[in-house]
Design a protein around this ligand. Structure first.
Ligand code: PLP
Ligand code: THR
Length: 391
């Protein structure tokens, strides 16, 4: 890897992706834009469809999926239900809608309450949809750093039926595996099964936000169907690590999915010739699950490298899948926003998750050489920050 410490800022524009090209080798104006590539580490939602996906989309067998069942959609839903070990599945545009529909079906009686993590995606990043659209009351329990909620706190949060005159009625518990805001941490089968036992004991349902359940499966070495066995429903994002251009699915019993299909239509989520999207998702399912391990490997490699850079700190023990959370140390004299901007100058896109926290997410369109390139740019940027502050 080329040591970038020695190069002056003026050479910065002449980055030919992965390589620094000294000025005299660049012979004409605009060459600096000749060969650059965006290294997009903002999320695993940013992947572009592969050629195989585009071909599948162009040749997809389609029909009206509202009036009947689009054949490509039927094939995808049948396949994903089988893989997740549930009776049926429903294709939806976004994971947010998958979670919303699931909660609304489980909590279809007024005054219902759902127990979920205070740092969960449903609670923080889904516009409070379960309340604003579904009238479902959220009852949060503290998320631990590993994405779990203490089981005794879950049980304590369940409303006493004797108080039904004044309390909402608990009907659902939601888990999230992997847990996004905890840095992609995995919930174990044992933990999930124990929460499932609590739900059953109290006559409650269990939903798993499985946006990245395939990442958990690969990281834990546990089949996805075993990870969601205790759940009555699960949402799975095909458009994240699996790399489909669009789509998530809900899995559950036949009767649950029948109700979910109706709620989807109510929300305007019914789609006509949706096979065009499902054909790409089928390719993603067939081709990209096996690539998740290299995303996790790239994440671990970057985490270890960043930890060696003065001013940055990564808890590498928390890097279990494709997400790396980077803390910017106080004395580093920079911020997450500034570092994102600096890295953008190198054509590297990151997401700030606060004033001193960065999130880096890996996917199948990030290569190991991208990782080396990103590492050298982080080093160069943090050196620049230090030089600025020393002068
Ligand atoms: C854990 C988790 N659940 C649900 C979602 C929602 O997915 P979407 O962005 O497709 O609505 C996300 C977002 O990416 C997520 O990270
Ligand atoms: C930010 C969040 O909504 C999105 N689910 C992501 O992980 O990129």
């Amino acid at each position: 890897m080329i040591n970038t410490d020695k190069l002056e800022g003026a050479d910065k524009p002449y980055i030919i992706h992965h390589l620094w090209v000294p000025r005299d080798l660049v012979c004409y104006p605009g060459a600096e834009k000749m060969v650059t590539r965006i290294v997009d580490l903002r999320s695993d939602t940013v992947t572009k469809p592969t050629e195989a996906m585009r071909a599948a989309m162009a040749n997809a067998e389609v029909d009206d999926d509202v009036l009947g069942h689009d054949p490509s959609c039927f094939r995808l839903e049948t396949e994903i239900a089988k893989i997740l070990g549930k009776e049926a599945a429903l294709f939806v545009p976004l994971g947010t809608m998958a979670n919303l529909i699931s909660v609304l079906v489980h909590c279809d009686i007024r005054g219902s309450e759902v127990i979920l993590g205070d740092n969960s995606h449903i609670h923080i990043y889904e516009n409070g949809g379960i309340a604003t659209l579904g009238g479902v009351h959220p009852r949060t329990v503290k998320n631990n750093d590993d994405g779990t909620m203490d089981i005794h706190l879950i049980e304590a949060a369940i409303r006493d039926p004797k108080g039904e005159l004044v309390y909402p009625t608990t009907r659902l518990i939601c888990l999230e595996n992997t847990h996004g805001n905890s840095g992609g941490r995995c919930l174990s089968v044992d933990y999930t099964d124990r929460v499932g036992e609590v739900a059953k004991r109290h006559g409650l349902k269990l939903h798993i936000d499985g946006a990245r359940i395939f990442n958990a499966s690969i990281a834990l070495g546990v089949p996805v169907d075993r990870l969601v066995q205790a759940a009555d429903s699960a949402s799975v994002c095909l458009s994240k690590g699996l790399g489909a251009p669009v789509g998530s699915v809900i899995v559950g019993s036949n009767s649950f999915i029948t109700k979910a299909r109706r709620v989807r239509k109510t929300l305007g989520g019914g789609m006509r010739q949706v096979g065009i999207l499902c054909a790409a998702a089928l390719v993603a399912l067939q081709e990209n699950v096996e690539k998740l391990e290299s995303d996790h490997r790239n994440a671990r490699f970057l985490a270890d490298g960043l930890n060696e850079i003065k001013g940055l700190r990564v808890d590498t023990s928390c890097v279990e899948t494709n997400i790396v959370c980077v803390e910017i140390e106080e004395d580093s004299q920079t911020t997450a926003a500034k570092l994102c901007k600096d890295m953008e100058d190198y054509d590297i896109l990151l997401m700030a998750m606060g004033s001193s926290r960065l999130r880096i997410v890996f996917h199948h369109q990030i290569s190991s050489s991208d990782v080396h390139y990103a590492l050298s740019c982080f080093q160069h940027s943090m050196n620049g920050v230090r030089n600025e502050n020393d002068s």
